[in-house]
Every structure is written in structure tokens, then in C-alpha cells.
Design a protein around this ligand. Structure first.
Ligand code: SF4
Length: 268
């Protein structure tokens, strides 16, 4: 059993090894400014803590378990697979490592483990009671990038609920819209690199409480609430970008206060 310190050292090594010669597809859903700060080597506001380490460790274990049958079939010569293969698109200056490449079907698979709450958000129910699976935007962009890089048409994201041991498989279609969004993000990042200046973040990312609305449909929608944008919540560059190390905590307090005061978010 590894200690937190050992896992932390391993994680930091991985981060150091992470090449800073390209943008990373796994960050496509993250704040565009944050991606720039990371590539430019700015010091992070906080070090990774024990809880985050354990979440990562569990995520890795789940991925390994999910891939085991594929490895066994590949070993028996029944299928041809690749895992964590490096895919690079020099035209975009971007790279990444998909969890699973199935050469017989020409299919990319990304495996993501989530907690039950996040899992539930990925399987909302429409007004007729049907589950309408919905992947995270960043995961769709990441998978779509791998499909572009490989020139394959089949992609999917498998979500695994750590609390419920439930699985959700969501296919990804590489649409023109997805292609142009990925090209747009890469274009903005590459321009920022040339100009040596952080890209302007989209307004909704600048720490002010963003809105979340009930996604469950059905007969009893819950009221809209104020919530800090998740990208800002997980951002490690508050001090560089906002000039305030505690901006994240302050925004969380502001959001709580707005909810307490019953301020109704504007849905527009
Ligand atoms: S502080 Fe906000 S805008 Fe700046 S890098 Fe972090 S998430 Fe992006």
C-alpha cells in the first residue's frame, strides 16, 4: 500500500514528465487561461492534497480494471489494442494519450470514473422519464481530438460510478462543430503562446458565481442556484490570473450568500 507521500511524489514526477511542447487534449475542457499558465510553468496556488491523490489513485485502479479484459483478449490474439498511445496533431500543436484504441473497429475509448453525484448529472431524465446520457463537454472534446488525430469515426466515453459501480457508455460523433471548436481552442492558445500573453478567459470563467439549473426535468425541477464555475473551482492559477490567492474561496462564499438571500439567477 503506497503512502500519500509516495503517491504525491509519483504525481509530481508525472507532472514534470508531462511534455510542455504541446497543448494537452485532456485539458480541452479546462479554462483556456489556465492551460496557458500551466504550459508557461507558472507556480500553482496550492499543492495537490491527500484527498485529490486518493481520488486519482482510485481512478487509475478503475481504469486498469476496466481495461483488463481487453488486455486478456489482446494477449490471446483475439483483438488488437493500444493503450495510452501518444497521438499528436502538429497542425494544432496538441497531443494526448487515449485510454484505449481498438484497431479492429477503429474505435477510441476514454474511461472516466466519477462519484455518484456527477454520474447522475450525466444521466438526466427527460420529461417522459427517459434517461438521456450526456457526457461532460471536456471529455467529448478530448475524445473528438483523438478521433481527429487518428482519423477514426468511432469514439465513446465510458463513465464508471465509484459509489454505485454503475456504467454509462456514451458514443461520440466527430461533427464539424466539434472539429472547429477544437481548432478554435488550439488557435487561441497558439496565438497566446506567440504573443506571450495569457488568453482572455470567457466571461463566465472569471470567478463570478455561475448559474446551474436543475437538469433532471421530470415533474419536480429544483430551483436554480448560484454556484462557482467548476473550472474556476479547480483552477490552480488564481493568484496569477486574478491577483488574489483566495478568490476561489471568496467566490464560494458569495454564491452561498446569494442563495441564502434568495437572489434569483437570471436564466438568460
Ligand atoms: S483564475 Fe479563472 S480565468 Fe484565471 S486561469 Fe483560473 S479559471 Fe481561468
Amino acid at each position: 500500500m503506497k503512502t500519500h507521500q509516495e503517491i504525491r511524489d509519483w504525481f509530481l514526477e508525472q507532472q514534470e514528465d508531462r511534455e510542455h511542447t504541446h497543448w494537452h487534449a485532456s485539458s480541452l475542457g479546462s479554462c483556456i487561461s489556465g492551460q496557458w499558465y500551466e504550459r508557461m510553468g507558472y507556480k500553482k496556488t496550492k499543492e495537490i492534497d491527500a484527498k485529490q491523490l486518493m481520488i486519482m489513485k482510485t481512478g487509475n485502479a478503475i481504469e486498469t480494471a476496466e481495461l483488463e479484459p481487453y488486455h486478456m483478449l489482446a494477449k490471446a490474439g483475439k483483438i488488437r489494442i493500444g493503450t495510452q498511445e501518444e497521438l499528436v496533431m502538429e497542425s494544432l500543436g496538441m497531443m494526448g494519450h487515449p485510454d484505449l484504441l481498438e484497431y479492429d473497429y477503429e474505435r477510441i475509448t476514454e474511461i472516466k470514473s466519477t462519484n455518484s453525484r456527477s454520474f447522475k448529472y450525466k444521466s438526466p431524465v427527460d420529461a417522459d422519464g427517459n434517461v438521456v446520457p450526456e457526457a461532460s463537454d471536456g471529455h467529448v472534446l478530448q475524445t473528438a481530438f483523438y478521433m481527429m488525430a487518428k482519423g477514426w469515426d468511432l469514439g465513446r466515453i465510458i463513465y464508471f460510478s465509484k459509489d454505485w459501480s454503475d456504467m454509462l457508455e456514451i458514443p461520440v460523433t466527430l461533427t464539424d462543430e466539434l472539429r472547429s471548436r477544437i481548432e478554435g481552442i488550439a488557435g487561441t492558445l497558439n496565438r497566446a503562446l506567440e504573443e506571450n500573453k495569457a488568453p482572455t478567459p470567457p466571461e463566465t470563467l472569471v470567478y463570478e458565481p455561475a448559474l446551474t439549473f436543475n437538469k433532471w426535468g421530470g415533474s419536480k425541477p429544483s430551483p436554480a442556484k448560484w454556484k462557482v464555475n467548476w473550472q474556476a473551482t479547480y483552477c490552480d492559477y488564481h493568484i496569477h490570473c486574478m491577483g488574489d490567492e483566495d478568490r476561489g474561496e471568496k467566490a464560494i462564499k458569495e454564491a452561498k450568500q446569494l442563495n441564502k438571500d434568495g437572489v434569483i439567477p437570471d436564466e438568460s
